[in-house]
Each structure stands twice: as structure tokens, then as C-alpha cells.
Design a protein around this ligand. Structure first.
Ligand SMILES: C[S@@+](CC[C@H](N)C(=O)[O-])C[C@H]1O[C@@H](n2cnc3c(N)ncnc32)[C@H](O)[C@@H]1O
Length: 191
């Protein structure tokens, strides 16, 4: 059983890295899991922040924040406030320690919570690096809660039939192709 779970997590991590996860893939045998922990490379983090045109007036959420690198970078580079949400207590402890180390503990907050239960109503930007199926699960609550004009940026994965406003493709430091997408909410709820 342990071997099967480990194997499944490895396969899913590879899918995240290769960006080829089909929409029907379950994140793991844990029904709450939206994706395994695979951090976004810093070069891609920078591109996501640029695509969202982050400023110090933004409140940046990362649903499934891992080690907190996206909201920490938004705070460090742009002075934005940030909230990272992850259901894994180890990730939250790591993210809080990283924020203290980088001197942005006053700008960022990390919450141990299921992202499906999150309140993102004060976000101006939501960052995602999950799976297509997970983005689709989050889509109703994102489009219901976010104020019109909020930006959603996803590393690699799309949101079903909701077409992104911008898609950028570029080579990462290892020569792999990375894709990031931007959507802007318009007040229309998308189930
Ligand atoms: C692919 S990693 C992305 C980490 C970070 N956002 C980044 O881009 O570097 C996905 C993260 O989502 C978290 N996660 C998975 N399911 C979740 C859920 N239901 N609620 C909150 N976090 C979840 C995992 O623990 C993991 O840290």
C-alpha cells in the first residue's frame, strides 16, 4: 500500500513537472489532495509575478502554497501582502520559517487549511500550481468570491473551458518548456 502510494505520488510529481497531466487525474489517494508538493522554480515564480503585474497594493494568495515561495517573493520584490494556504502542516511551518528568514513576516500570513474551504475574497491576485482537475474544482469559489478585475495566474494548468487572457510559454533554466496562464475575473460566476 505504502509502495503504491509512493509510486502514485512520484507519477503525479512527474506529471506536474512535465505539465502533461490529463484533467481526470486524481492528485493522490487522499481525497482532499489537489496536487503533490512540487515547488515552482524561482525563475517561473518571477515570471508569474510579472504576468500578474504585482504592486505593493496587491494581496496575493497562493492556494497550495508549499514552502511559501510565491507570496514571499511577491512581498520581497514588490512589497505586496500575501496569504499562503496549504493543508500540509509541514509546508506551513516551512513557509513561516522562510518568511521570517527573508524578513517579510509582517507582510505574509500562512494558514493551514484545505484550499477548497478558503476565503479569498480579499485577494487581488490568486496564484495556482495544482492540476487541471484541481483548478476546475476551485473555479466556482474563485469566480464567486473574487472581486471583478482580480487576476488568477496558474503555472502549467488551465481552467477547463475558461480561456485565459494571456498565455506565456518560455524555456526554463534547464531548457524545459514552461507555461503560465492569466485570467481576469469579470464578476461572472463560472461553475
Ligand atoms: C505543486 S505544489 C505547489 C507549491 C507552490 N504553490 C509553488 O508553486 O511552489 C502543490 C501544493 O498544494 C498543496 N495542497 C494539495 N492539496 C491541497 C488542499 N486541498 N488544500 C491546500 N493545499 C493543498 C500541497 O501540500 C503542495 O504544497
Amino acid at each position: 500500500m505504502i509502495v503504491r502510494t509512493t509510486l502514485l505520488k512520484t507519477v503525479l510529481a512527474v506529471l506536474l513537472v512535465t505539465q502533461s497531466a490529463p484533467v481526470f487525474v486524481n492528485a493522490s489517494q487522499d481525497p482532499a489532495s489537489l496536487a503533490p508538493f512540487v515547488p515552482t522554480p524561482y525563475q517561473v515564480v518571477d515570471r508569474m509575478l510579472e504576468l500578474a503585474q504585482i504592486t505593493e497594493n496587491d494581496v496575493v494568495y497562493d492556494l497550495g502554497c508549499g514552502d511559501g515561495r510565491i507570496v514571499i517573493a511577491a512581498a520581497e520584490l514588490y512589497g505586496a501582502r500575501g496569504v499562503g494556504i496549504d493543508y500540509d502542516p509541514e509546508r506551513i511551518a516551512e513557509a513561516r520559517a522562510n518568511a521570517q528568514r527573508r524578513g517579510v513576516g509582517d507582510l505574509v500570513t500562512f494558514i493551514e487549511q484545505d484550499a477548497m474551504q478558503a476565503d479569498v475574497s480579499d485577494a487581488t491576485v490568486v496564484m495556482l500550481y495544482l492540476l487541471s482537475s484541481s483548478n476546475i474544482k476551485l473555479r466556482p469559489m474563485l469566480t464567486k468570491q473574487l472581486k471583478p478585475g482580480s487576476r488568477i495566474v496558474s503555472h502549467a494548468f488551465r481552467m477547463g473551458d475558461w480561456q485565459p487572457e494571456v498565455t506565456q510559454e518560455f524555456q526554463d533554466a534547464r531548457g524545459g518548456t514552461r507555461t503560465i496562464h492569466l485570467w481576469r475575473t469579470d464578476g461572472k460566476e463560472r461553475p
